[in-house]
Design a protein around this ligand. Structure first.
Ligand code: G6P
Length: 616
């Protein structure tokens, strides 16, 4: 396992499975619809009819699948599995949609997660004569089960999953076993409903609530045999084990949000998993791996030109600081809406990097078109496989964060920072600047999911601070060095969801104007880690204090002296200074979230803003 904990690969796709004396195809599809918030680029269903496996798939939302199914929707079936996808491997299309089948067409698999060793397994299975239809990592599971199958599906799944590295929650059906679903889990969530006369599994409890409130949460390594009204759970050695039955008291809307009040807070709380998903397979044996960038030689590049908007632009600024600090490579960063109308001096020796969570932002798209015309190669970092920006880029890196429903970017910002830090490390390595310091950064990156969990567990403290400050009309966010992009992002988060006027400033610039604004009604949010600019930042905070401004400081744990200066302190763990923007991210997001919620605003849907800005 790559990470110290068994983190879940959250919210990448949704799976359901149902088994009963008689259930309609429509029931399985309705159950699947409850998971559509987990992914919606394509969907599919497999069921057994008269001893034959039937599979229907469709690109797009689940209503497209319903159209494809037509009269089949009214069909009475005994067993069915279905999937709604958020692509990680292979573009969203009918072929890459789940369920995936083996060569015989008897076995169907739905999968949520990422199989890290799928390339090796695929080559191995091809060498044994298996024929692959899709580009997905999932298809290897169907062929592996086929390889292991000798009449007992449970045993075949047990053997097959022992070969998988990475994360999975799977549901498997076999045409010869219309009375069972086999499910397995490692690192991705899977819940089994306990109900009379019906067996039901799903990625979360939402689809189960119509049928039962009693559920079993599978644990890592568990393999389950689900028959109608009967569930058996086995450990990875095949020994039957007991799992606790939980009673769920959420309604459906709360269940969709994992029991949280808003998607935004749910998505912030998912960040440890977001980090795992973003970094999976990238740090191995002291090396930094970006197989997508195999054709890029960073040692030859003259400069990198980064284009992005909003939160993605702040992630880009972090990248500039990182790469320029550690290497001799210049990084230009510009908001896309400016870049696209300028006359930038870039050419074939400049690599252009487009950062866009949605992959659809019009200004960023136009910027890469301009950069391309000027001869630059285009790399994009996005969260949406098959999005326009990925299609128009030469190379793409996926964030694998799953859908982000809250309009204000949170977990995707964290994924961007993580990928950019690792890409920065790769550039350090490729250009020959690697030192002990970089090994330390890489080691700490691996610990980030754990560190994030610690920070997130302090959320009530941040809520208490938000209560004291929600009534202010203004906020000044300040930072220096790596703290500056964080200050900009903190101010953006606060203004976009709480409508409080907030400015993000490099702390050293205060004296050139904005300090005139400060008084007891204009608090300052200081990004104040114990880094090499700490003393400078401290002086700036003192200047603010001298104007009677209240100070909310985010400082490194163990910093006691700051208690004399700051009115409120939020501590983050000590990390190498180059990655403080990562550990600061949940703090500024939680603060903005709580302020907006306390003001009675809906942080998921801020006024005048859209999640994907496809117009100028
Ligand atoms: C919108 C969203 C922001 C996002 C920005 C850039 O303004 O509300 O949260 O940062 O677009 O989006 P992108 O998809 O290109 O990252």
């Amino acid at each position: 396992m790559l990470f110290a904990h068994n983190w879940e690969v959250a919210v990448l796709c949704g799976i359901v499975g149902m088994i009963a004396d008689s259930v309609k195809t429509q029931d399985v599809v309705e159950a699947l619809k409850k998971l559509e918030y987990r992914g919606y680029d394509s969907s599919g269903i497999a069921f057994v009819e008269n001893g034959r496996l039937r599979v229907f798939k469709s690109v797009g939302k689940i209503e497209r699948l319903e159209k494809t199914l037509g009269d089949e929707l009214r069909k009475e079936i005994k067993v069915g599995i279905a999937h709604t996808r958020w692509a990680t491997h292979g573009a969203p299309n009918d072929i890459n949609a789940h369920p995936h089948t083996d060569c015989t067409g008897n076995i169907a698999v739905v999968h949520n997660g990422i199989i890290e060793n799928f390339r090796e397994l695929r080559s191995y299975l091809i060498s044994l004569g298996h024929k692959f239809k899709s580009e997905t990592d999932t298809e290897v599971i169907a062929h592996l089960i086929e390889e292991m199958y000798d009449g007992d599906l449970l045993q075949a799944v047990l053997k097959a999953v022992s070969k998988l590295d990475g994360a999975y929650a799977i549901g498997v059906v076999h045409s010869e076993h219309p009375d069972e679903i086999v499910a397995a889990r490692k690192g991705s969530p899977l819940v089994i409903g306990i109900a009379k006369g019906i067996g039901i599994i799903a990625s979360d409890v939402t689809p189960l609530l119509k049928y039962t409130k009693e559920v079993i949460f599978l644990e890592d390594g568990d393999v389950a045999l689900i028959k109608k009204g009967r569930v058996k759970v086995f450990d990875s050695s095949g020994k039957e084990i007991e799992r606790k039955v939980h009673t769920i008291d959420w309604d459906e809307s709360a269940a969709e949000k994992g029991g949280y009040k808003h998607f935004m807070i749910k998505e912030i709380m998912e960040e440890p998993q977001t980090l795992v998903n973003a970094m999976m397979g990238r740090i191995k044996a002291g090396d930094i791996l970006f197989p997508e960038l195999a054709s890029i030689d960073f040692s030859k590049a003259r400069r990198i030109n980064v284009v992005a908007c909003g939160t993605s632009y702040h992630a880009a600024l972090f990248f500039k600081y990182f790469v320029e600090f550690h290497t001799d490579l210049d990084v230009l960063v510009e908001v896309s809406s400016e870049f696209r109308y300028r006359k930038p001096h870039i050419d074939k020796d400049t690599i252009t990097l487009a950062i866009s969570q949605s992959g659809e932002t019009a200004d960023t798209l136009e910027s890469i078109r301009l950069a391309k015309r000027l001869g630059s190669r285009i790399i994009s970092i996005t969260n949406v496989v098959g999005s326009t920006i990925t299609r128009e880029s030469d190379l793409s890196i996926m964030m694998n964060s799953g859908p982000e429903i809250g309009v204000a970017a949170t977990k995707t910002y964290v994924a961007q920072l993580a990928i950019l830090a690792l890409m920065g490390l790769k550039i350090v390595k490729d250009r020959g600047f690697w030192s002990e310091r970089h090994s330390k950064i890489a080691d700490t990156m691996l610990r980030l999911p754990e560190l994030f969990s610690t920070i997130l567990s302090e959320k009530d403290h941040i809520l208490e601070i938000a209560k004291k400050y929600e009534s202010y009309s203004h906020f000044m966010y300040i930072g220096r060095g790596y703290g500056y992009p964080t200050a900009l992002e903190g101010a953006l988060k606060l203004k976009e969801i709480s409508y409080i006027h907030a400015e993000g400033y490099p702390a050293g610039e205060l004296k050139h104007g904005p300090i005139a604004l400060l008084d007891e009604k204009f608090p300052v949010f200081a990004i104040l880690p114990s880094d090499s600019l700490y003393q400078k930042m401290k002086s700036n905070v003192m200047e603010c204090k001298a104007r009677n401004a209240k100070i909310v400081a985010v400082a490194t744990s163990g910093n006691v002296e700051i208690k004399e200066l700051a009115d409120e302190i939020i501590y983050v763990p000590r990390v190498p200074e180059d990655i403080y923007p990562l550990v600061m991210a949940p703090v500024i997001q939680l603060f903005a979230y709580y302020v907006a919620d306390l003001k009675g605003l809906d942080p998921d849907k801020p006024r005048n803003l859209a999640k994907s800005v496809t117009v100028e």
